[in-house]
Structures are given as C-alpha cells and as structure tokens.
Design a protein around this ligand. Structure first.
Ligand SMILES: Nc1ncnc2c1ncn2[C@@H]1O[C@H](COP(=O)(O)OP(=O)(O)OP(=O)(O)O)[C@@H](O)[C@H]1O
Length: 370
C-alpha cells in the first residue's frame, strides 16, 4: 500500500516479508448470535491495493462481517488474517484498520482540523508535520480551507469527508467503510462516491466497503461480493454480476423483478415472452432469464402488431426522467406475475390499454446454473 501520508509511515511489515498478494483473508468465517447465524462459512480474499464491496439486502450480515474484521465481533468459527498474520488475539486498536461508518461519529467539541489531528496525535506525529498533513488530507477529500469550521456546522456530506480524512490520518493498512454514504441524498452520494473512489485508487488503499447500493459498490470497488442470508452467493466483477448472476437471488437483488425459464438452442434463447440472442458462453438447454424493467419494451398494440408477439395490458405507469415505467399483465399467461416494462415518452399507452411486448437483451440477465 502506498501511504497517504508519504513514505515511512505505514504500520505494515516490510515488503520483503509479505506474499505479493497478501492482504485480508477470511476463511470459513461464521458468526452466530444465540440462535441466529449472521455469517455462514464465508471465504474472502482482498489483496493489498484492492477494494472489495460487500453488497446485500438488509440483515444479510454485512455489518457483522465488517465488525468481525475490525475485531468488534468475535467469530464463532473460522479465521481472519491480514498479511498472513492471524488476528484472533489482536485487539481492535492493534489491527491498524481505519473505519468510517454511516454516521461519521466526529468529535462534536473539536473543529474540523481537531478531528483529523486527533488521529495524527494518536500516532505521535510531531506538531508541524501534523499541521501540514491535516491541510493535505482536507484537500484530498475536497475540504481545503475548512480547518476552523465547527463540525456541528457541516452538511452530512462534509461531515463524511472529515470522517474519511480522519480515518486516512490514522494511516490504516485496511479501510473499513460501513455504508459511508447512505445518510446522504442521491446527488451528493454520487458526487462523494466518485471522490472517494479517486482517493482509494490514488492511494492504492486496501478496503472493504459495505453497502446495499449496487451503483455505490460498482463505483468504489474492484470486485463485489453479494451476500444473501449470511452466505456469499457470488464474488465477481460488476459486468458478470449484472449480466451473469450466479443465482436467482443475486439476479433479483440486482433488479430482475422477473425470472423466467428459458431454453438455449442454436443462436437464440427462447422464453415465454420471446427470444434473445444466445451469448457465446451460454450452454445449450435449460437456463433462466432475469428481466429488469428495461428488458421489456412496451408499445401500444396497433392493428399491425405481428401475430405471436406477446400482448399485455397496462395496469400502472410512472414517469421517469427519459422514459415511462409500466406495470403490465399478460392475459394469455395468467400464471405470470405482473411485469415491469418501459416505454418511450413519445407514445405513452393509457391505463388498461393493450400493448405489445418486445424483449430488450441489454435489460436481461442470464442465469446458467440450474
Ligand atoms: N448483536 C446482535 N445480537 C443478535 N443478533 C444480531 C446482532 N447483530 C446482528 N444480528 C442479527 O444478525 C443478522 C445480520 O445482521 P447485520 O447487522 O450484520 O446485517 P446487515 O446486512 O448489516 O443489515 P443492514 O443492511 O440492515 O444494516 C441479522 O439477522 C441481525 O438481526
């Protein structure tokens, strides 16, 4: 890891003593609270210089995973190691990890500089070096000149930036981020995610980010693990998670409201609502197709609609920025739950109007595990 604070400041062992890909390793990590199993047999590796996002629905065990790595939770089974050193007997303050939580938890009685300076004083950094470092870190998080501001007068986004600067001031060998942006409004979250991604990347930080927001995970992390009910369902790149979810749970969590059985043969995959091209990596035979709203395009059913094209009836419609999102039902397939579809702003069908449906491959996901 390249130190945020310059050379010679990291708490890690010398480069020559470590494996090239060392970093954080979890092996068979299981955490139980009484009768509740919050994490079950989790294996993970985050090589140094990489950021891993842990994504999943509420209650799936994300915070438990982060707290276990931090040393705030004792595993029931399994092993946590950093740079080859097993951590079970290493207390929280000796792990050298930095943490940023949803609520930044700043010291309300200190100003901005005082909050960041605190972490430097804990490391016994000299006074003049501390002043320079505070200035540099505040500039890094986009708060240059905010030294004397009271933290009680900051916006939520500014407070999170100070929390990040304070975490970086501790020069952590691993940064643990627990929903660091979730208290903020959408636009600010996106801005801060981009800034945070830049800080993590420029400093080659090793990190674990916990979030329930896939955009945030994909923006900030090299790889993402999807956790469902305490188990890792898939650890992959954003493209594969989005287009090749390993399980129906992952597909549904990543926005596929409908999952249909399909049959792959020759050049196409056929399902109840039509066909999509068969990708080269798709085996022949039974597969499943996940449909996001953008995977179904609806158009008013004119007289010329081709025979055989599925017809549906509009039940709900919501205007989005550049399209209209519909909920439709398919009278010929009464077993099919209501579907989400999109239509353009040019020709918006009315409620109860008949529409034709076309599959849009870019809005579909392919599940090949059966
Ligand atoms: N201290 C505790 N005592 C008992 N059960 C707990 C405790 N902490 C968490 N749990 C349970 O463990 C499971 C995982 O909780 P955890 O907070 O890790 O999930 P999460 O994915 O972070 O959820 P959220 O996104 O809502 O914060 C849940 O069923 C939760 O109720």
């Amino acid at each position: 890891m390249r130190s945020v604070l310059g050379s010679g400041e990291t708490a890690t062992a010398p480069e020559s003593h470590r494996e090239p890909d060392d970093g954080l390793r979890l092996e068979g990590l299981t955490v139980r609270y009484g009768g509740t199993t919050a994490l079950s047999d989790v294996d993970l590796h985050v090589p140094r210089g990489q950021v891993l996002a842990v994504l999943g629905p509420s209650g799936c065990g994300k915070t438990t995973l982060l707290r276990s790595v931090a040393g705030l939770e004792r595993p029931s089974e399994g092993r946590i190691a950093f740079d080859g050193v097993e951590l079970s007997e290493v207390p929280v303050h000796r792990r050298g990890f930095g943490m940023v939580f949803q609520e930044g938890q700043l010291f309300g009685h200190r100003d901005v500089a005082g909050n960041v300076d605190f972490a430097l004083r804990m490391r016994s950094v000299g006074r003049s070096e501390r002043r320079d470092t505070v200035t540099r870190l505040l500039e890094l998080v986009g708060l240059g000149g905010y030294q004397d501001r009271r933290v009680t007068e900051l916006s939520g986004g500014q407070a999170q930036r100070v929390a990040l600067a304070r975490a970086l001031a501790a020069d952590p060998r691993l940064l643990l981020l627990d929903e660091p942006l979730s208290g903020l409004d959408r636009r600010l979250r996106e801005r801060l995610a981009v800034d945070l991604a830049r800080v993590l990347d420029r400093n080659r930080m090793t990190g674990v980010l916990v979030t329930h927001d896939h955009d945030e995970a994909f923006t900030l992390a090299d790889r993402t693990a999807v956790l469902v009910a305490g188990r890792i369902e898939q650890l992959d790149t954003p493209w594969r998670l989005w287009h090749r979810p390993a399980t129906e749970e992952v597909a549904r969590f990543l926005g596929c409201g409908t999952v249909l059985p399909g049959h792959a043969e020759d050049e196409t995959i056929r399902c109840e609502l039509g066909t999509v091209p068969r990708p080269a990596d798709c085996p022949s035979g039974t597969v499943r197709i996940g449909l996001r709203a953008a995977g179904l395009r609806a158009a008013p059913a004119g007289e010329e609609a081709p025979i055989g094209q599925p017809r549906a009836v509009v039940r709900e419609r919501v205007h989005r920025q550049d399209h209209v999102r519909l909920t439709v039902t398919v009278p010929d397939a009464p077993g099919l739950a209501p579907l989400e579809a999109v239509t353009s702003l040019d020709d918006v069908p009315h409620l109860d109007e008949e529409v034709t449906l076309t599959l849009e491959p870019s809005g579909t996901a392919l599940i090949t595990e059966t």
